[in-house]
Design a protein. Structure first.
Length: 86
């Protein structure tokens, strides 16, 4: 005769902790610009961190976006000339 199923008492009951890290559920839509998209993906790292860890992620993303914008403003460097005549 089969044994009756046991109650699941070993598993800890899940409790809601409003202060625990939780994803915001904000959809990140790709922009088509690899550096910007990498920054958007990096923002997802903050979803699993406590609030005091968000600043580091935000500053990292901000720095990356500033660099991407600065690269757009940079003047193209002239290509080296291979016809050096003396």
């Amino acid at each position: 005769m089969p044994e009756p199923p046991q109650a699941v008492e070993d598993a800890p009951a899940e409790t809601y902790d409003p202060a625990a890290p939780a994803p915001l559920g904000v959809e990140r839509v790709p922009t088509g610009h690899p550096r910007v998209d990498a920054g958007l993906e990096r923002l997802g790292d903050a979803d699993h961190l406590p609030a005091d860890g968000h600043l580091e992620v935000y500053e990292d993303v901000h720095r990356g976006l500033r660099e991407a914008l600065a690269a757009l403003d940079a003047r193209p460097q002239p290509s080296p000339s291979y016809e050096h005549r003396s």
